[in-house]
Design a protein around this ligand. Structure first.
Ligand SMILES: [Zn+2]
Ligand SMILES: [Zn+2]
Length: 461
C-alpha cells in the first residue's frame, strides 16, 4: 500500500515483503531428496576438507577430493586444474537444451595456523550439494539450461575468483548468475553486503646520518611514516560510516643512533562501496604525501590486492529466503526476514570477499547462515569457529543452505521472467557504483599485486 504523507511516499511492510515468500516452493521435496540421498558422501568430503586445512592456491587435497566426488556423479563433466591454476576446477552439467546458465562457487582454502576458521569447508558443502541437486531436478523435470560449479581457490587474500574472472572462466560458460554462501554465528540472511578493500604497501626512502653528531645531514624516513600515521589518525575523525583504515609498521629503522634511511608499512583501506573507497584513497594518499613533504623523504606506494564490495541481488534473495525458511524446523526464530530492507541491513558486514568482484561482473547471491558457535562464542577467523565449522550440526546447516541455493537456481530455470528481473535488478544496483579510480595516475603508483600476495602483507579478509 502507498500512502502520501507530507510529500513522502510511505511503503508499508506488507508491500516491502516479496510476495513469493507467501507461497510454498514447488521443487522443495525433490531437492531435499536429491541431497538426502548423498548426505553421507557429502559428509566425508566435508570432513576431509575440514581436517586437512590448506592455504590459498595450495588446496590440493580439497581439489582432488572435490573433483573425484564430482566425477562420480552421473552426467557431470569435470575439468581439474582449470584456467592455469592448479587448484581451480570446473564441473559442468548440461541439459543439452538452450536455457539459463546457473553457477555456484566452491571455496576451499583455510587460514594459516588456525585451519578452517572461516568455514570454507561448509561453503564447499553448500555449493557442491546445491549444484548436484539443481542438476538432479533439471534431469527429472527435463528442464533446459546448464549448471556450472567452479572450484575457486584462495579467497583469503589471494583473489582466486578475480583470477578466474580475468581468465574468462565465467564468460566461457556464458554464466548468467552466481551463487555462494558464507557461515557465521549471528543470524541467517539472504542479502549480504561486504566492504570494498584494498591493500597498500608504503615505503619511505631517506638518508642515514649520525643521530647525535650530525642529524641535520640525514632525512628521517621513520618520521615520514609516523607523520603519515598520525595524519591518518586525524583523518579517521572525518570519515564516513563503513570507512576503515588500518596499518602496521614493518620497518622502523635500524638503530636509535642512526637517522632512519628506510621505513615501511602495510595498510588496508575499506569502504562500503568501491566508489567510496576511491574517494577515501585520495585522502589517504594525501596523508602519505604529507609525511614525505614534512621530512623530505621519498615516498613509494604500491597498491596491492583489492576486493570489490558485494552487491546482493534482491530477486535471487527472495527465492532463497522462500526455500530457506521453508526448510527450517517450525516454529523457528531463525527465519530470514521477509522485509528485504531489514534483511540487507542485518546482512551488512565489515569484512571483504572476492565474491564482491563476481557481483560486479554478474548477479550474485551470497547468503549468510548461522552455525552454533564454539564454547567461547567466537566468530570467523578464530580457533573457536574452526571447531564449530567441523561439527555434524554445522554440516547439516550447510546442506540446508545447499538446498535453498538449489531452489533459487531452479526458480531461475522455471519461473517465467525471473532471470530478466534478476538481471534488471543487477544492472540497477551497480549503476552509479562504478566510478573511475581517483587514487592517482598509474604512473604515480606502482601497481604490484604480486608484491602484496606474499607473507609480507598479512591480510585479514
Ligand atoms: Zn575469512
Ligand atoms: Zn571466508
Amino acid at each position: 500500500m502507498r500512502l502520501d504523507v507530507d510529500d513522502f511516499v510511505v511503503v508499508t511492510r506488507e508491500d516491502a515483503a516479496p510476495s513469493a515468500l507467501q507461497s510454498a516452493p514447488r521443487y522443495l521435496s525433490e531437492l531435499n531428496d536429491a541431497i538426502d540421498r548423498i548426505t553421507e558422501r557429502l559428509r566425508e568430503v566435508n570432513k576431509k576438507i575440514h581436517d586437512n586445512p590448506e592455504l590459498g592456491y595450495e588446496e590440493f587435497i580439497a581439489h582432488d577430493t572435490l573433483t573425484t566426488f564430482m566425477k562420480g556423479i552421473d552426467g557431470w563433466k569435470v575439468t581439474p586444474s582449470a584456467y592455469g591454476l592448479k587448484t581451480a576446477w570446473v564441473a559442468v552439467w548440461d541439459s543439452g537444451k538452450k536455457g539459463p546458465v546457473v553457477s555456484f562457487n566452491c571455496e576451499m582454502d583455510a587460514l594459516e595456523g588456525i585451519g578452517h576458521a572461516c568455514g570454507h569447508n561448509l561453503i564447499a558443502t553448500a555449493a557442491l550439494s546445491g549444484a548436484v541437486a539443481t542438476a538432479e531436478v533439471m534431469r527429472s523435470n527435463k528442464l533446459a539450461g546448464k549448471v556450472v560449479l567452479f572450484g575457486t581457490p584462495a579467497e583469503e587474500g589471494g583473489g582466486g575468483k578475480i583470477k578466474l574472472l580475468e581468465a574468462g572462466a565465467y564468460k566461457d560458460h556464458k554464466v548468467d548468475l552466481n551463487l555462494i554462501s558464507h557461515p557465521g554465528i549471528t543470524r541467517n540472511h539472504a542479502l549480504t553486503r561486504t566492504s570494498a578493500y584494498t591493500a597498500l604497501r608504503v615505503e619511505y626512502f631517506g638518508r642515514e646520518a649520525h643521530a647525535a653528531a650530525s642529524p641535520w645531514l640525514g632525512i628521517n624516513a621513520l618520521d615520514a611514516l609516523i607523520t603519515a600515521y598520525n595524519g591518518l589518525s586525524v583523518l579517521r575523525q572525518q570519515t564516513m560510516p563503513g570507512d576503515v583504515i588500518q596499518g602496521n609498521i614493518t620497518d622502523g629503522g635500524a638503530r636509535p643512533n642512526i637517522i632512519h634511511a628506510y621505513a615501511a608499512g602495510n595498510f588496508v583501506v575499506r569502504a562500503n562501496t568501491q566508489a567510496r573507497l576511491e574517494e577515501l584513497l585520495v585522502k589517504v594518499r594525501h596523508c602519505f604525501e604529507a609525511g614525505a613533504t614534512a621530512t623530505g623523504a621519498r615516498l613509494e606506494m604500491a597498491r596491492g590486492m583489492a576486493y570489490a564490495d558485494h552487491v546482493p541481488n534482491r530477486p535471487l534473495g527472495a527465492s532463497y529466503a522462500r526455500y530457506f525458511n521453508a526448510l527450517l524446523p517450525s516454529p523457528s526464530n531463525q527465519t530470514i526476514p521477509a522485509d528485504q530492507d531489514l534483511d540487507e541491513m542485518l546482512g551488512r558486514s565489515g569484512a571483504s570477499t572476492d565474491q564482491g568482484d563476481v557481483s560486479y561482473a554478474m548477479p550474485s547471491l551470497s547468503p549468510g547462515f548461522a552455525i552454533v558457535p564454539g564454547p567461547q562464542g567466537n566468530g570467523p577467523h578464530s580457533p573457536d569457529f574452526e571447531q564449530a565449522s567441523g561439527t555434524r550440526d554445522a554440516f547439516e546447516r550447510a546442506l540446508r543452505v545447499g538446498k535453498a541455493l538449489a531452489g533459487t537456481a531452479v526458480d531461475v530455470l522455471t519461473v517465467e521472467g525471473l532471470l530478466g528481473k534478476v538481471k534488471e535488478a543487477w544492472e540497477k544496483s551497480i549503476k552509479g557504483l562504478l566510478r573511475p579510480s581517483g587514487f592517482g595516475l598509474a604512473s604515480e603508483i606502482r601497481l604490484d599485486i604480486a608484491n602484496c600476495m606474499g607473507s609480507a602483507n598479512p591480510l585479514v579478509i
